[in-house]
Write a protein that binds this ligand. Structure first.
Ligand code: ATP
Length: 702
């Protein structure tokens, strides 16, 4: 029951309730007083109540209201008005009960009284309001005084400190406390005579020590609005000490608007702009590198114009958490449909990595030719990246070790990586390389130095192999490993944001699963020009024999290549044991069933596990899911083939059906049909112009 209803019920059952706290405006207050007095006078007169009682009630009312008013700190004027209302009302009631309330004199005087009480109440309400506003303003003035006293103290302290440590006398123009409450920024004017902001920046460690800042807190100088001004950011709370999980807003991102990779000491996000830049992430074992790679993949998965290709030759697990939950049906979209993996391609073997890199080179070269008109129209030599022509981000875990490897074969991979970096910037393929520590040899490579300017050093307190001055040449020794002793923390610098402390968000498998589900519909598909260049090497990337290595990593699988040190595992495919009906097979079967249920496809045309696995099968055979399941155009083509029934259909008819929504060319459909005939999904009937294709489920044998 609501409060009002309760109050009404009480009133009905026990007569008028004297509510000293009840709020009244000037009109309702006056009305309530006069109607109350009138009711009391008429009932009192009718029942011959002694008139003294009305006076007693009025006095009690005046007292009651005054006590409540004092308790809520009403102004003296309000208290007096209320008490007077009660007493005047009671006086009238006493008089009216003696002389008769239903006379013109009694009624007229009551009306006058009502107006009088209303006016007094209105004036006291206005007074009350003004009094309250004044109190708030005074409180704010007091806070402002304290704040500006605080700011003045900070300004004076830092003028004196900069003078003492850097021998520069600055004039502080403003001090701004950060909303995150993790520190403040000082805006100061440099003295005339040639002092520059970097003179103060170079003394950052000494300034921090002088200011007795807690570990992990810094005083970093950067340029102000012109060359005669400097901004000094001082952190007073070490947010790098805290563990912060990946932000739960999985909204869309774009390569153009930057991808958040972590947060700075002032708790603000730091963005990586990768349209033209490659990135290098260095982190020794245990520093939080794998976690950081996951949070990078999370950002890429959220972008609607990025396709992520991951090379992961380690027993490590950079790509698997982004693939497996989708494949084994752990994750479903909101409407219960299977979802696409969070990355577009995962290479876990040397051969697959080589295939991926060759494909990337082909795509880059083909884009250059195929998009001449687009470039001319946009008057640019940078391919306009969009959801229709996505950027390919190649993430190569321990890629720096590949580049620096003494092994001839591995070096071939390295050369290919460098080729992609060299030729593909304009055509929208960029790389993120991670490194355990082999930075010296990697950074001496001109290509990396020039193209990979988004840099991260995860220190986790590790000194070994961590040459920060090489990673961040502009920092001039201002960065010290001991400033970031926490896992996942280190330094990050980009062309837009100078190298400084930062921390990656912690991301756990449940968040990865959430992101896979949230972003499944958002991933772009490879544009037709690139897909043509990529060819079957790309279209068949999820085939059984090519994803067999994943079996080594799924629950129950043996981690054959896993080594404690996380060394490169180039022989993942050697000596596999093709056990029948393994947990992975069961998982795959479940996934196929879901796809069949969702897309209305027929039973698998290939022999099932029960029929005995064909050579090389038994892995995660995604192409068994009717070919390129994550290509909507191809799914639509397959649906058209199925819908055509036993009469079958042709490439032109399918292409026409797909034209409006997918713009697929007849040529592409011909390619798919050829593949489907090869793998038994479709049967070709007739020859030449009469050739038709029938889905195998509509053939006489079925
Ligand atoms: N951003 C972070 N915030 C808090 N803790 C973290 C963060 N990143 C990593 N950690 C902690 O550090 C541990 C190691 O992280 P991670 O596995 O990513 O390191 P790594 O450098 O890849 O090590 P390895 O090479 O041995 O796998 C994690 O289990 C976690 O406890």
């Amino acid at each position: 029951m609501t409060n009002t209803a309760t109050a009404k019920k009480q009133q009905v059952s026990s007569g008028p309730v004297l509510d000293w706290n009840a709020g009244h405006g000037p009109v309702t207050g006056a009305l309530s007083a006069t109607t109350g007095a009138f009711a009391l006078a008429t009932t009192g007169a009718a029942t011959h109540m002694p008139p003294g009682w009305a006076l007693a009630v009025g006095t009690a009312g005046a007292l009651g209201h005054t006590i409540v008013g004092l308790r809520v700190r009403n102004a003296g004027r309000t208290l007096a008005t209320r008490a007077a209302s009660w007493l005047v009302g009671a006086g009238w009631t006493t008089w009216a009960m003696t002389t008769g309330p239903l006379t013109w004199a009694a009624l007229g005087s009551l009306a006058t009284l009502g107006v009088g009480i209303g006016a007094a109440a209105r004036s006291s309400a206005l007074f009350e309001e003004a009094r309250e506003e004044e109190a708030i303003a005074a409180e704010q003035r007091q806070i402002a005084r304290e704040l500006s006293a605080d700011r003045r103290a900070i300004a004076a302290e830092w003028v004196e400190r900069i003078q003492r440590v850097c021998s520069i006398t600055v004039r502080v123009v403003g001090v701004e406390q950060w909303e995150t409450m993790a520190g403040y920024s000082i805006d100061a004017e440099l003295p005339p005579g040639g002092a520059t902001w970097n003179k103060i920046a170079a003394e950052a460690p000494r300034l921090s020590a002088d200011a007795r800042l807690p570990h992990g807190c810094t005083a970093t100088a950067s340029p102000g609005i012109h060359q005669g001004r400097v901004i000094i950011d001082v952190t007073t709370v070490n947010v790098l000490e805290q563990e912060r999980t990946y932000p739960v807003d999985y909204g869309p991102l774009s390569v153009h608007t930057g991808i958040p990779w972590g947060y700075r000491t002032n708790a603000e996000q730091i963005l990586a702009y990768l349209r033209e830049q490659c990135a290098l992430i260095v982190g020794p074992t245990g520093s939080g590198k794998t976690n950081m790679v996951h949070s990078i993949l999370a950002g890429f998965a959220r972008a609607d114009d990025i396709l992520t290709w991951v090379i992961d030759l380690n027993a490590g697990s950079a790509g698997l958490p982004w693939v497996l939950p989708a494949l084994n049906g752990e994750v479903k979209s909101a409407d219960g449909k299977p979802v696409r993996p969070g990355i577009d391609w995962l290479a876990g073997t040397f051969d697959e990595a080589m295939t991926m890199l060759d494909t990337a080179v082909r795509v880059a070269k083909h884009r250059k030719m195929g998009y001449q008109d687009v470039l001319a129209r946009a008057n640019t030599d940078l391919l306009p990246i969009s959801a229709q022509i996505p950027q390919i981000m190649l993430v190569i875990d321990e890629g720096a070790e590949i580049l620096a490897s003494p092994d001839r074969q591995v070096r071939k991979l390295g050369e290919k990586i460098l080729e992609v970096i060299r030729i593909a910037r304009a055509m929208g393929i960029r790389t993120v390389l991670t490194a355990l520590g082999a930075t010296g040899s990697v950074l001496s490579n001109l290509m990396i130095r020039r193209e990979a300017k988004v840099r991260v050093a995860l220190t986790g307190g590790e000194n070994e192999g961590m040459d920060l001055s090489k990673m961040f040449p502009g920092s001039r020794g201002g960065l010290r490993v001991d400033q970031a002793p926490h896992k996942g923390a280190g330094f990050m610098g980009t062309p837009e944001s100078p190298a400084a402390l930062f921390k990656a968000w912690r991301i756990l498998p449940n968040q990865i699963r959430e992101i896979i589900a949230a972003t499944s519909d958002r991933h772009p598909t490879l544009d037709a020009v690139s897909a043509k260049a990529a060819g079957p090497a790309y279209a068949r990337r999820w085939d059984a024999e090519r994803t067999a290595w994943i079996r080594d990593h799924t629950p129950g699988g043996t981690d054959a290549g896993g080594s404690a040190g996380g060394g490169l595992r180039l022989s993942a495919l050697n000596g596999q044991d093709e056990t029948q009906d393994s947990p992975e097979d069961a998982m795959l079967r479940r996934f196929r069933e879901q796809i069949d249920a969702t897309f209305g496809t027929a039973p698998d045309p290939r022999p099932t596990e029960a029929d005995g696995p064909p050579a090389g099968s038994g892995g995660l055979n995604l192409s068994a899911l009717r070919g390129e399941q994550d290509n909507p155009a191809q799914r639509a083509a397959l649906a058209a083939l199925l819908a055509a029934g036993p009469d079958g259909t042709g490439a032109s008819a399918i292409a026409r059906a797909l034209a409006e929504q997918h713009g697929t060319s007849r040529q592409t459909v011909v390619g798919w049909l050829r593949d489907w005939v090869k793998d038994g999904t479709a049967v070709r009937v007739g020859e030449g112009t009469k050739a038709r294709y029938v889905h195998h489920s509509h053939t006489p044998n079925n």
